[in-house]
Write a protein that binds this ligand. Structure first.
Ligand SMILES: O=C(O)C1=C[C@@H](OP(=O)(O)O)[C@@H](O)[C@H](O)C1
Ligand SMILES: C=C(OP(=O)(O)O)C(=O)O
Length: 432
């Protein structure tokens, strides 16, 4: 398929306006699984138009209507390929892949879950092993430990105790917690070792609680007994990871006054920590009028050490801002970046090199070296089928006269209106 690129330019470095962000993909994807498991008792409000969420909703809601979607139809509506009715293709959606793996162990049918080529390289063995400990029957269709997988459904519970490694992805833990109350004997989840992306687990438990499901969390053990969901609505907040690109834009502008409606100070989303991170780059966040105002104030640059273990999706945003400002910061907590939509470490290294910036890796510590940094007249950004590569590098249009970003559609995964929102804020985004 031919890609169209975006040529992004911006004259002047002053920004003013209101940006209405779509709903959080993380909150929505949890809410949709909860809705499906509650048999409609729980409703989702402010559903996101992120492609990952649209895909998940179409799979779950067609399930609820008893209409199994043909696999590719769920992801690629133009596909004319004959696909067995029992194969579901979730494209590049990591959370959808992991959450559906757990979800289908409870359904009375056999399905094959597959995804994009990259999805077939993103590990799922830790979750499959945990589900097998519970009694699920799951087989690998191609490579052990990776999608596609065949789920035999109708789990007969053998045990309620499961041990799971916490350092690879918190999505495995969320997937198990989401189905826990529907297991006949509940779940006692023992998290082994370090827990990565902890706020996402807290988000899961908070949303389950809003849907009537109680839990206990003592030390490294989370327990949920068999329980019923209550009738309620889950309201989804706008996406804080999407907001991070506006913070980055404000940080690279001379003057900025932006309003992001719907965002709250005490968010379930760990990425709301962007307010604290960007305070180091002169951005003040003021919560009022039902949203957040971003104000740019001239201030010396702050902190030089960032641990991003709890907010891995902010890594590209923050690293690109530091590179653009020549702020030679040190980063930790980036271990999981290599297994996301692309190897985000390599992708960052390749693209930052085009402006003379190095991201060096020493053990678990990453350092930016800006000693040979320069600002090119033109720069082409490869996006590696990763939405966050496109959105994290886009703010560079404020410092680089002509920025070309590969594949305009890549942003659809989480933020389809990204380019039109940039245009509304005074950027020119030409499709090439
Ligand atoms: O649970 C979630 O909604 C997510 C958890 C995080 O993944 P990891 O736990 O794999 O870091 C994050 O990177 C991803 O975008 C969304
Ligand atoms: C890692 C991400 O998503 P997922 O794992 O759901 O594909 C992301 O949105 O940055």
């Amino acid at each position: 398929m031919k890609h169209h690129n975006i040529i992004l330019t911006k004259t002047g470095k002053s920004l003013k306006g209101t940006v209405h962000l779509t709903g959080s993909k993380s909150e929505c994807n949890r809410a949709l699984i909860i809705e499906a498991l509650s048999h409609g008792k729980v409703k989702v409000e402010n559903i996101s138009d992120a492609a990952d969420t649209v895909t998940l909703a179409s799979i779950l809601r067609s399930e609820a209507r008893g209409q199994r979607l043909a696999g590719a139809a769920a992801y690629d509506t133009n596909s004319e390929i004959e696909i067995p009715k029992s194969e579901i293709n979730i494209g590049p959606a990591g959370t959808a892949m992991r959450f559906l793996t757990a979800y289908f162990t409870l359904q009375d049918e056999e399905v094959i879950l597959t995804g994009s080529e990259r999805m077939k390289q993103r590990p799922i063995g830790v979750l499959v092993d945990a589900l097998r400990q519970l009694g699920a029957q799951i087989e690998y269709v191609e490579n052990d430990g990776f999608p596609p997988i065949k789920l035999k459904g109708s789990l007969v519970q053998l045990s309620n105790k499961v041990s799971i490694k916490g350092s690879i992805s918190s999505q495995y833990i969320t997937a198990l917690l989401l189905i826990a109350a529907r297991l006949p004997f509940g779940l006692e989840l023992h998290i082994e070792g370090d827990l990565t992306s902890r706020p996402y687990v807290e988000m899961t438990l908070a949303m389950l609680q809003s849907a009537g499901i109680q839990h206990t969390w003592n030390g490294n053990v989370i327990s949920i007994t068999q329980q019923d969901f209550k009738e309620t609505s889950l309201h989804v907040e706008p996406d804080w990871s999407a907001a991070s690109y506006w913070y980055a834009i404000a940080a690279l502008s001379d003057e900025a006054e932006l309003f992001l409606p719907g965002l709250t100070q005490y968010s379930l989303q760990g990425d709301s920590v962007i307010t604290e991170i960007m305070a180091n780059f002169g951005i003040t966040s003021q919560f009022k009028d039902g949203g957040v105002y971003l104000l740019k104030e001239p201030k010396p640059l702050g902190r030089k050490i960032f641990d991003l273990k709890e907010c891995p999706d902010l890594a590209q945003t923050v690293i690109v801002v530091c590179a653009a400002l020549g702020h030679e910061a040190t980063f930790t907590g980036l271990e999981t970046l290599k297994i996301k939509e692309t190897d985000r470490i390599k992708a960052l290294q390749n693209e930052l090199a085009k402006m003379g910036v190095k991201l060096t890796e020493k053990g678990l510590v990453y350092k930016l070296d800006c000693s040979e940094k320069f600002i090119p007249e033109k720069m082409f950004i490869h996006t590696y089928e990763d939405h966050r590569m496109a959105m994290a590098f886009a703010p560079l249009a404020l410092v680089i006269p002509e920025l070309e970003i590969e594949d305009e559609k890549v942003v659809e995964k989480s933020y389809p209106a990204f380019w039109t929102d940039l245009e509304k804020a005074g950027f020119e985004a030409k499709v090439q």
